[in-house]
Design a protein around this ligand. Structure first.
Ligand code: ADP
Ligand code: GLC
Length: 477
């Protein structure tokens, strides 16, 4: 049994902008089941304050120094089924409409990390392992090992750093090193935290952690290459022996078609075919599509960013609209992409439905109602949407990259193996070819399509095995 503190910028059930929050909400639960003591610490954003503040219990207050000023920290906590969540409150930094994307993000997350490290001594709580996630927490191991090295309680802790997305690195000006993080400028001169002319939170996490993990075995290999390494491949290569990939799981209670309160008709592995028809008709109605239980319905639920391969979809939209299929898309993000999909939506009512925004309930309905789920990502560290799709008997059409490659088995027409349809290169024709293969099986080989659905629903998407892998890593450390 180990005590572990998860440090992250978002986590369910409190706040989510993407898959990171799903993982922070579900992995601690799975580790708790294995006997570990797991706690989580998050910033307290405005959206959480509005929704949950009355449920939080006040713990203590103190201050940390940022830019030579004493800045106040209030700590709150809440127990979520045995996992204690701590929240770091500072209204100036976190009471804003969005989570990220501000000019002072570097300072905001420097403050967060400093407040977390100081919290340990205030609570006299020193976990065996600090498990940090993504760039927002990349400086924890660095500050712990440099600024607190003479304190045995800090020095005894081990550091795991999980990369959920190497593309977001937290690269900031060099001046922040001393003014916000309290670190010596030698660390810039010797290259340990340096990136170009500034500093990188992500790089520091990679350099200082005792163990680095990423969220799928394939992505762990890919990031060692120039194509996927986001200019950090050489740093990762240096730490190759401490780097590993563990595939994410999903919360199978939250994502359960047999009990999902958001969908029109619940179903399980036996009732999936009937259940899907009812959900499909309801979704078609909601999107104003032609109500037809027999047409192939393809869904997408995604952040609208270049990572997700939406350019391929835009390139092939003409062909997709001519094919015998309907498409629904739920997403928000890049303004240009939002406008492009809005335009397609307004000209193709009946065939294409676009909901611009973030909508949890609608996401559940799309996973439950569609025949296929399209995810042609340019890169994908893990991807949870394709795993949710598998659980809902919705066959993923994916590019073979990162976690998509590790979780979707391509259809083999001879052996009948498979859980979805895949393509190799980031090329819109290859994507269209995979869609056409799915269409052929859907219309001309219903027996195989149904077999694939059954196989998809049997794929193990729960956390148990991966939580065991994390457990082994903690024990090893
Ligand atoms: P990423 O974290 O890169 O966005 P993942 O596939 O790991 O990709 O996780 C995305 C998560 O966010 C999934 O749970 C997905 O259902 C959810 N999601 C993405 N976009 C939306 C949206 N517009 N509305 C509701 N849920 C969304
Ligand atoms: C990131 C990645 C996604 C992964 C998620 C959770 O957002 O883009 O692929 O599933 O983190 O690890």
């Amino acid at each position: 049994m180990k005590s572990i503190l998860f440090v992250a910028a978002e986590g369910l059930p409190f706040i989510k902008s993407g898959g990171l929050a799903d993982v922070i909400g579900s992995l601690p639960k799975a580790l708790l089941k294995q006997g570990h003591d797991v706690k989580v610490v998050l910033p307290l954003y405005k959206k959480m304050a509005e929704k949950n503040h009355q449920d939080f219990e006040y713990v203590c207050s103190y201050s940390v120094t940022i830019s030579y000023e004493e800045i106040n920290v209030n700590i709150y906590q809440q127990d979520v089924n045995g996992v204690i969540f701590y929240f770091i409150e500072n209204q100036t930094y976190f009471e804003r409409d969005e989570l990220y994307g501000y000019d002072d993000d570097g300072e905001r997350f420097a403050y967060f990390q400093k407040a977390v490290l100081e919290m340990l001594s205030r609570l006299d709580y020193f976990p065996d392992v600090m498990h940090c996630h993504d760039w927002h927490t990349g400086m924890i191991a660095t500050m712990c090992k440099e600024n607190y090295r003479h304190d045995a309680r800090y020095a005894a802790m081990k550091h795991v750093y999980t990369i959920h997305n190497l593309a977001y690195q937290g690269n900031f000006g060099k001046e922040m090193l001393h003014s916000c993080l309290g670190l010596n400028e030698d660390l810039f001169d010797c290259g340990a935290v340096r990136y170009d002319t500034g500093i990188s939170f992500m790089k520091s996490g990679i350099v200082y952690a005792d163990r680095i993990s990423t969220v799928s075995p394939t992505y762990a290999q890919e990031i060692l290459t120039t194509e996927y390494g986001e200019h950090l491949e050489h740093v990762l290569q240096m730490r190759y022996s401490e780097l590993g990939g563990i595939l994410n799981g999903i919360d199978i209670d939250e994502w359960n078609p047999a009990k999902d309160p958001e969908i029109t008709k619940n179903f399980n592995k036996v009732s999936v075919f009937k259940g899907k028809v009812e959900n499909k008709l309801a979704l078609q109605k909601r999107f104003g599509l032609e109500e037809d239980k027999d047409v192939m319905l393809v869904g997408m639920v995604t952040r609208l960013t270049s990572q997700k391969g939406l350019q391929l979809v835009l390139d092939q939209m003409g062909h997709m609209l001519k094919a015998n299929m309907q498409i629904v898309l739920l997403g928000s993000g890049d303004k240009g992409m939002e406008a492009a999909f809005d335009a397609i939506n307004s000209k193709n009512a009946g065939k294409f439905g676009f909901y611009r925004g973030y909508n949890e309930a609608l996401a559940h309905q799309i996973y439950a109602s569609c025949d296929c789920f399209l995810m042609p990502s340019k890169f994908e560290p893990c991807g949870l949407s394709q795993m949710i799709s598998l659980r809902y008997g919705t066959l993923p059409i994916v590019r073979e990259t990162g976690g998509l490659k590790d979780s979707v088995l391509p259809y083999n027409e001879f052996t009948k193996e498979g859980t979805g349809f895949t393509f190799t290169n980031y090329d819109s024709h290859e994507m269209m070819d995979a869609i056409n293969r799915a269409l052929c099986v859907y219309y001309d080989n219903k027996v195989d399509f149904k077999k694939l659905i059954k196989q998809a629903m049997k794929f193990d998407v729960c956390w148990d095995k991966s939580a065991q892998d994390y457990s082994n890593m903690y024990e090893y450390l």
